[in-house]
Ligand binder design. Structure first.
Ligand code: HEC
Length: 273
């Protein structure tokens, strides 16, 4: 408001002064004016315009011109901006890297054979027979002990599936070799061996028995028994795992290999040979 007012004075007053000064000049050319009379109005009237003029000069004409940027800042402002699609693409890079690493990892080999599966299943037996088969509440398996009890794997499979109570109840006292070196193991002599058939499949029982005989018991992996039952490509294990054979009929399917009956009921153990 003040600025506008002042501005009005500024635009009007010079004309006014101009006219007056022109008329004065005319007067000066004609009649002589006393210096005092001429000076008085000039001083009184020119006081206000002088103030207005100085005010107008003080009012800034507009914002001061921006300082030019230093080269670094100018370059920063002039840089090419990253497009939005590139930002989106970049932001999913970590996810891509994560999936890439996962994809590169070798797929764990699933088929580890009966010994691989048996190692895991044995955790259910270790509490009573020891982590390394050294024995506990139940018998030790080490140093050929379990193979001495069960010269034929079929007798051990049946025993583990049925447990000690089934043998005692059936009146079958010796599940293994009656002529065992060091004495036959009598059912129930050490306590109760829990039956495994309700929780483990036939293939799983074979797997854990393979672990006991070969990983813990010191069995000979060059034997015909190992190749038939416990090797990674053992035909009996593969048949049990595929469900094409079971403890009921494996002795029929593999009769040519001399496989003995396992069955689902206690049977007297067999001697070596
Ligand atoms: C709760 C304890 C316990 C658990 C668990 C257990 N056992 Fe036993 N096991 C025994 C006992 C006790 C005996 C001895 C039974 C007897 O005196 O008739 C035994 C005996 C055996 C024998 C006979 C060994 C021999 O030389 O006479 C085998 C083989 C066997 N167990 C295998 C297994 C397997 C395989 C598992 C796991 C799937 C297992 N046991 C889990 C307690 C257990």
């Amino acid at each position: 408001m003040l600025g506008r007012l002042s501005f009005t004075f500024v635009t009007e007053i010079p004309e006014h002064l101009l006219k007056r000064s022109q008329s004065r000049r005319g007067e000066a050319g004609g009649d002589a004016v006393s210096p005092a009379a001429a000076a008085t109005p000039a001083t009184t009237q020119s006081a206000a315009p002088a103030v207005a003029a100085s005010k107008a000069a003080a009012v800034p004409a507009g914002p001061p011109p921006a300082k030019p940027d230093i080269p670094v800042v100018a370059a920063y402002k002039a840089r090419k901006k990253i497009p939005v699609w590139a930002m989106v693409t970049l932001s999913i890079l970590p996810l891509w890297a994560f999936l890439y690493v996962i994809a590169l990892r070798p797929v764990p080999v699933k088929a580890t054979g009966p010994l691989g599966a048996g190692t895991k299943l044995y955790t259910g037996c270790a509490a009573c027979h020891g982590d390394a088969g050294q024995g506990g509440i139940g018998y030790a398996f080490t140093n050929g002990s379990v193979i001495a009890t069960f010269p034929h794997i079929e007798d051990q499979l049946r025993w583990v599936a049925l447990g000690s109570d089934a043998y005692r109840n059936a009146g079958v006292d010796i599940a293994g070799d009656p002529n065992r070196e060091g004495g036959a193991h009598i059912a129930g002599a050490l306590g109760v061996m829990p039956n495994q058939a309700p929780t483990l499949t036939d293939a799983q029982i074979l797997a854990v028995v393979c672990h006991e005989r070969y990983a813990l018991g010191g069995g000979d992996e060059a034997s015909a028994e190992f190749a038939l039952w416990c090797a990674t490509d053992a035909p009996v294990y593969l048949a049990l795992e595929a469900g094409t054979a079971s403890f009921d009929n494996v002795h029929e399917q593999f009769a040519a290999d001399g496989v003995l009956e396992i069955g689902r009921v206690p049977l007297a153990g067999t001697t070596a040979g």
